[in-house]
Design a protein around this ligand. Structure first.
Ligand code: MEV
Length: 311
């Protein structure tokens, strides 16, 4: 049997504007994982099991365009394997679906790597990333590629659509709290709605995306120079621009406010928005009490994660 795992991710700054060519910062979250197991099947066919979404099906019985079918078939095509052996592919994840934490991209990357390993083949990170990006198009419509990139490479990225992967330094470790609204929110919808706004008034929204780009660059400088408290106001400013893009929502706003009132240095939604997750910058001493405040304000789950020093 071959097993491969891929982490979840959080976007620190720059979601949505990143679709329009502005930079964004994202980091992997290793407390969250997607796992794919591949083994020989005693029964003919390619059997796909994803108990988290109650899926158990032969590959060709999944609708054409199903994300799992697409990613698996793309691996066979890339490996030039028109008649793959009978296989059983089992996918599980601790990453909640449609929560802004990269579950779709993590599942794709885990499947691609587990399949390659089982079939005794290897693909470069670049090839894995390209295959995962194709699957992302089915999840998201017009993805920037940030999710598959941060998850494939498993390291912090300063991401600009269409440009080679660039990582960033972390002069000092910092602590983030992730709060889950528990509301599933497909990224495709919020990305589509921002596109409608942009199509209706490109000048206005390009200016908003420029402002997000400035925040992202300032945040990178703060992280690289170790001025961590400066990130708090930048998170708050980024959240306000995401509200203007209509991708926040009452539950996200409630958690963001609760985090700030409980002593977080800043807070914002993370990922596609509407539901899903928010993040708050906290001192390690405050992390537990802010987490408790988030749960009182309705968070279904909280995760404390440290972005490690990487000078
Ligand atoms: C989703 O994690 C991030 C978005 O910016 C969409 C994308 O970049 O593809 C909302």
């Amino acid at each position: 049997m071959s097993i491969a795992c891929a982490p979840g991710k959080i976007i620190l700054f720059g979601e949505h504007a990143v679709v329009y060519g502005r930079p964004a910062l994202a980091v992997p979250v290793t407390q969250l994982q997607a796992t794919a197991e591949v083994q020989e099947s005693p029964v003919a066919g390619i059997w796909v099991e994803a108990p988290d979404i109650s899926l158990h099906s032969e590959l060709t019985c999944l609708p054409a365009g199903h994300a799992l079918r697409t990613v698996i078939e793309s691996v066979f095509r890339t490996l030039n394997l028109p008649a793959p052996p009978p296989l059983r592919i089992r996918v599980t994840a601790t990453i909640p679906v449609a929560s802004g934490l990269g579950s779709g991209a993590a599942v794709s990357v885990a499947i691609i790597r587990a399949l390659c390993s089982f079939l005794g083949q290897s693909l470069s990170d670049e090839q894995v990333n390209a295959l995962a990006y194709n699957a992302e198009k089915l999840y998201h419509g017009t993805p920037s590629g940030i999710d598959n990139t941060v998850i494939t490479y498993g390291r912090p990225v300063y991401f600009v659509r269409g440009q080679p992967i660039e990582t960033f330094r972390t002069a000092r470790a910092f602590t983030l709290l992730i709060g889950d609204t528990g509301i599933p929110a497909p990224t495709r919808e919020s990305v589509g709605d921002v596109r409608k706004l942009w199509e209706a008034d490109r000048r206005q929204w390009e200016a908003v995306f420029d402002a997000v780009g400035e925040i992202v660059r300032a945040a990178r400088d703060a992280i690289e120079s170790g001025h961590i408290p400066a990130l708090g106001p930048l998170m708050n400013a980024n959240h306000a621009l995401l509200q203007a893009m209509t991708v926040s929502g009452p539950e996200l706003d409630r958690l963001v406010l609760a985090a700030r009132q409980a002593g977080a240095l800043g807070a914002k939604l993370s990922g596609g928005g509407r539901g899903g997750n928010m993040i708050a910058l906290v001192t390690p001493e405050r992390a537990e009490s802010v987490a408790a405040a988030l749960r009182s304000a309705g968070a279904k789950n909280t995760i404390i994660t440290t972005i490690q020093e990487n000078p």
